[in-house]
Write a protein that binds this ligand. Structure first.
Ligand code: SAM
Length: 173
């Protein structure tokens, strides 16, 4: 399955940390990459730096035109899932969504353009309560991958964390 995240509405002056965490969460929980609508080399570099050190093939690209990204994704046979508290319950639609091999997951910042709701194949809610793009993405990915993302390998890189009951253990090579 191919899953890529599209981050909308990034404001470099206030969203750097959250957008970086959207990318890191996407990477850690099994997505293949993140498109950033907007320009922020700092965010892209932070995510690439983590990928270089901790492995895997996650990509991060900024300067993306969100409308073109969505339209092209659909024209290549992919489905578009927009995460929004106004959407349909994730638990009622996850099985159908899982059946698609190629998914673009769209998350917003403060305000998502109304047009997005019409362009999406699915508007999906992780509860009908307002919360966070990081949290909704994490729950969505875990639902789609059914927990298998937790035991995924990240080939390459130079650091591997060794799980331990206390303290911090990691090996470098
Ligand atoms: N009020 C904004 C709007 O209506 O566009 C949402 C702002 S929220 C801080 C930022 C993003 O978090 C949203 O664009 C959405 O992707 C995600 N989000 C927040 N709550 C959600 C929920 N209950 N279910 C799914 N996604 C959610």
């Amino acid at each position: 399955m191919e899953i890529v995240v599209l981050r909308l509405g990034h404001r470099p002056e206030r969203d750097q940390r959250v957008t970086t965490h959207v990318g890191l969460t996407a990477r850690a929980l099994g997505a293949d990459g993140m498109y950033l609508a907007g320009t922020d080399k700092g965010v892209v570099e932070s995510i690439r730096d983590v990928t270089e050190r901790f492995g895997g093939n996650f990509f991060a690209a900024d300067g993306v035109n969100w409308r073109q990204c969505v339209v092209e994704w659909k024209s290549r046979g992919g489905k578009v899932v927009h995460l929004t508290m106004y959407g349909l319950p994730v638990q009622e639609h996850e099985a159908e969504i899982r059946g698609h091999g190629k998914i673009l997951v769209v998350v917003g910042a403060e305000k998502v353009p109304g047009e997005m709701y019409g362009l999406a194949d699915y508007n999906i809610a992780v509860t009908g309560q307002p919360h966070s793009e990081i949290a909704s993405l994490a729950v969505f990915l875990d639902r789609i991958f059914q927990g298998h993302e937790l035991i995924r390998n990240f080939p390459g890189g130079s650091i591997r964390v060794i799980p331990s009951p206390a303290g911090k253990r990691a090996e470098e090579w």
